[in-house]
Design a protein around this ligand. Structure first.
Ligand SMILES: [Zn+2]
Length: 167
């Protein structure tokens, strides 16, 4: 079992909780599916994912940007996840900040890239996702195919990929 530290220090406050939720959701999925890696939002030893915002990423994007270094077996040594400073959603009454659920999905997607899942397939690791407005920001979701997230869901292909890296 490998613990990967997710470093949120200094991250903009709108992202902190969504990142923590993504960590918890992903850990539950990893455990359920025998993926032998645990994300930890505290601690500072071993492989680390550093998370920051990047003003060059557009706010209408539903993707961040991740760079990762791995060892020969594909296990991550260190990674950097860059997230948009803010994410907007269009509503009939104009644009507003997207809710925390959308931010959680964006962060979770990038964390899984950081763990060595470099391709796109479906569900959490879909290439294309659409913002769906809730009755309020708390109800906002991202839709990949027919799947609405959160909660974060990994496709069978993503589970196999992660199981083969983290075993
Ligand atoms: Zn991606």
């Amino acid at each position: 079992m490998t613990t990967v530290y997710v470093k949120l220090t200094g991250l903009a406050s709108n992202w902190t909780k969504p990142c923590q939720h993504a960590v918890n959701d992903l850990n539950a999925q990893f455990k359920r599916n025998g993926i032998k890696v645990v994300l930890a939002a505290s601690g500072s030893q071993g492989p680390t994912i550093t998370v920051k915002t990047d003003s060059s990423i557009q706010g209408d994007a539903v993707h961040g940007r991740t760079t990762a270094e791995s060892n020969d077996s594909g296990k991550m040594l260190r990674a950097e996840v860059r997230l948009p400073v803010k994410v907007s959603i269009n509503t009939p009454r104009g644009q507003r900040d997207a809710g925390p659920g959308i931010l959680e999905v964006i962060a979770g997607h990038e964390f899984v890239h950081a763990l060595g899942h470099s391709v796109h397939n479906s569900q959490l690791m879909a290439q294309t996702m659409y913002k769906e407005m809730g009755d309020n920001a708390a109800g906002d979701t991202l839709k990949a195919g027919s799947v609405r997230m959160p909660p974060l869901t990994l496709s069978p292909d993503s589970i196999s990929e992660l199981q083969s890296i983290w075993n």
